[in-house]
Design a binder for this molecule. Structure first.
Ligand SMILES: [Ca+2]
Ligand SMILES: [Ca+2]
Ligand SMILES: [Zn+2]
Length: 230
């Protein structure tokens, strides 16, 4: 599910004479299967198994890095979390034609910015007040002005502490970190959720469940999507 918030922030103009509009936020909420139905926000259903945040909505400053808060209440080691998140980022990085991702820094002050961006792409585990929500990603940027002024400038990912996280290939009763992280990072690079059930095997499919690992690697549609952007 996607929600758009427009903040009253003064626009910075990169393209002289073109008003890129205000800094805005898009929120992607990743639901557990059977928990909530996505609301159609007036967009036509894509026939392909990939989609974008909007025309021209992509990163212009690359590569990007990640700040990782490894604090968690599932006993997961720092090495497991950073190794897993790094693998998820490299999955997209290796599919794109240009370098998207430059590496991570462990910083246990990294958090999920919801009211204003702080210039860092961050991941953290935190409680989210809806148990049907597995993860939430905020994408910050300029989305509404002329296409050449549009740009993603930051993404923050929250993994909901309500779930027991880990490696679901070892234990299918867990929510798989790599599976969900790869999906959320796809939003970070500019890809939309896909809700067409005939596309349920793609990484950007909008629902997940315990034990799922099918989003860890990219399907052909996901690769087509990321290569269309980069
Ligand atoms: Ca922050
Ligand atoms: Ca941030
Ligand atoms: Zn999603």
């Amino acid at each position: 599910m996607v929600a758009l918030l427009v903040l009253p922030v003064i626009a910075k103009e990169d393209a002289p004479g073109l008003d890129r509009g205000p800094l805005s936020k898009i929120t992607f909420i990743h639901y557990k299967k059977n928990f909530a139905k996505p609301s159609d926000v007036g967009k036509p259903k894509p026939s392909a198994c990939y989609g974008f945040l909007g025309k021209g909505v992509q990163w212009k400053e690359l590569p990007q890095s990640l700040f990782v808060n490894t604090t968690n209440d599932d006993g997961l080691s720092q090495a497991f979390i950073t190794g897993t998140l790094n693998t998820s980022e490299e999955t997209w990085n290796s599919a794109a034609d240009i370098q998207l991702y430059s590496g991570y820094t462990v910083d246990n002050s990294a958090n999920w910015d919801d009211s204003a961006p702080d210039g860092r792409n961050e991941t953290s585990f935190a409680s989210y007040p809806n148990e049907g929500v597995i993860a939430v990603t905020n994408i910050w940027g300029y989305f509404g002005g002329p296409v050449q002024t549009r740009e993603i400038v930051e993404f923050d990912i929250l993994f909901n502490n309500f779930y027991s996280w880990g490696d679901a290939s070892d234990n299918p009763s867990l929510m798989d970190v790599q599976n969900i992280a790869t999906h959320e990072m796809g939003h970070g690079w500019g890809l939309d959720d896909i809700y067409n059930t005939s596309c349920s095997t793609v990484t950007m499919y909008g629902y997940s469940d315990y034990g799922e690992i099918s989003k860890r690697d990219l399907d052909t549609a996901d690769i087509t999507g990321i290569q269309s952007l980069y």
